[in-house]
Ligand binder design. Structure first.
Ligand SMILES: NC(=O)c1ccc[n+]([C@@H]2O[C@H](COP(=O)([O-])OP(=O)(O)OC[C@H]3O[C@@H](n4cnc5c(N)ncnc54)[C@H](OP(=O)(O)O)[C@@H]3O)[C@@H](O)[C@H]2O)c1
Length: 327
């Protein structure tokens, strides 16, 4: 097992989920850092983490921390990542990578200057069913892939102060939920040549639902939908000239899928066998990169995270969503 030490920055919802998967998968969580000593202590007690820091500065200065996992609201990601990189730490940054592409480029440039690993925590890409799907697509089992369609719709808090709704915390369906199908489309087809989008808005001015269509020349189309006030099917379909993949709900988490030929017969039935939420696979990838002296994952390359943020910027320009930090 690796002796790489993780530091967890932020003690909210996803930090809990990730810490559990990390520890259950046998990784070393060396320290946790919070804006308050009380939250850091409570988190450390819950997970048996040896050191609790009452500031992010102290966390990134900890010699036992090699890689910092950033689990704060989106507008804080870039500053938190820069803090960690400037302290010489590798970083795994929750999705969306940053608030916008300009911030994303800044973080990637700094990591490059410092020769450190930076990766977006787009955990879906590292899941075994997605690894298998990449393999099927790359081997041409579907023929030429022409279409991807997916929804990500959850019934989340309607509290205007909750980060999902609060504009100053990067609220809205697109950056929180829509990023999953946007990122998956990027994995399949690259950067779209043309983007169309429409949204409806909630009381705070954050997008409650967004739908977007991407065109990749005459090669392919992708249709993505997200909403934070509806429960959707949360399924996805990848269609090629010979066959399609139908990914079951919840398509972006460990799940099953079928490969169905256009003639109608079942070509493959994939059954998921993942324990926990499935966030450990991205941790294994970061540790592999560090151990092999690499700085960029070819499964979730930093430059692709910048490109995904550009696509999200493009969608936001079309629906008219500007965050207060950008005004
Ligand atoms: N991969 C996934 O499945 C997944 C799921 C949910 C969320 N996420 C992503 O993870 C990030 C955090 O989401 P979350 O749901 O965990 O959020 P959350 O429960 O609100 O926790 C965020 C944490 O960030 C810290 N923080 C720093 N500045 C803050 C500020 N100005 N306001 C509030 N908290 C602040 C706080 O920790 P301290 O008080 O300890 O400093 C807080 O507990 C988001 O970018 C989100 O997109 C990913």
């Amino acid at each position: 097992m690796s002796d790489i030490g993780w530091g967890i920055l932020g003690t909210g919802g996803i930090a809990h989920t990730f810490a559990k998967d990390l520890i259950d998968d046998g990784h070393i969580v060396a320290a946790v850092g919070s804006r308050s000593q009380g939250s850091a202590d409570a988190f450390a007690d819950e997970f048996g983490i040896p050191v609790a820091h009452g500031s992010y500065d102290d966390l990134v200065a900890d010699d036992d921390v090699d890689v910092v996992y950033i689990a704060t609201p989106h507008p804080a990601h870039a500053d938190n990542a820069e803090l960690a990189l400037n302290a010489g730490k590798h970083v795994l940054i929750e999705k969306p990578f940053t608030l916008n592409a300009a911030e994303a480029q800044r973080v990637v440039d700094l990591a490059g200057d410092r020769d450190l690993v930076v990766m977006e925590a787009m955990w879906t890409r590292f899941l075994p069913h997605v690894e298998r799907i990449r393999d099927l697509v790359n081997r041409g089992i579907l023929g030429e892939v022409r279409e991807f369609a997916a929804d990500h719709m959850q019934l989340l808090s309607s509290d205007p102060g909750h980060r999902i709704n609060a504009l100053e915390l990067g609220g809205g369906a697109l950056l929180d939920l829509g990023i999953y199908p946007v990122s998956f489309a990027s994995m399949l087809f690259g950067t779209p040549e043309q983007v169309e989008a429409s949204a409806r808005f909630g009381a705070t001015g954050a997008d409650a639902a967004t739908a977007a269509v991407f065109r990749y020349g005459d090669a392919a189309l992708a249709a993505v939908r997200c909403a934070l006030d509806l429960r959707g099917t949360n399924t996805a379909t990848i269609t090629g000239t010979r066959a399609r993949i139908e990914i079951d709900s919840v398509w972006y988490a460990p799940t099953n899928f079928r490969v169905v030929a256009h003639e109608g017969h079942l070509m493959e039935e994939y059954k998921s066998r993942v324990f926990g939420r499935g966030m450990q696979f991205q941790a294994r990838e970061i540790e592999r990169l560090i151990e092999e002296g690499l700085t960029a994952s070819d499964i979730m390359p930093p430059e692709e995270s910048v490109s995904i943020m550009r696509t999200l910027d493009d969608i936001r320009a079309r629906i008219g969503l500007v965050y207060p930090q950008e005004r």
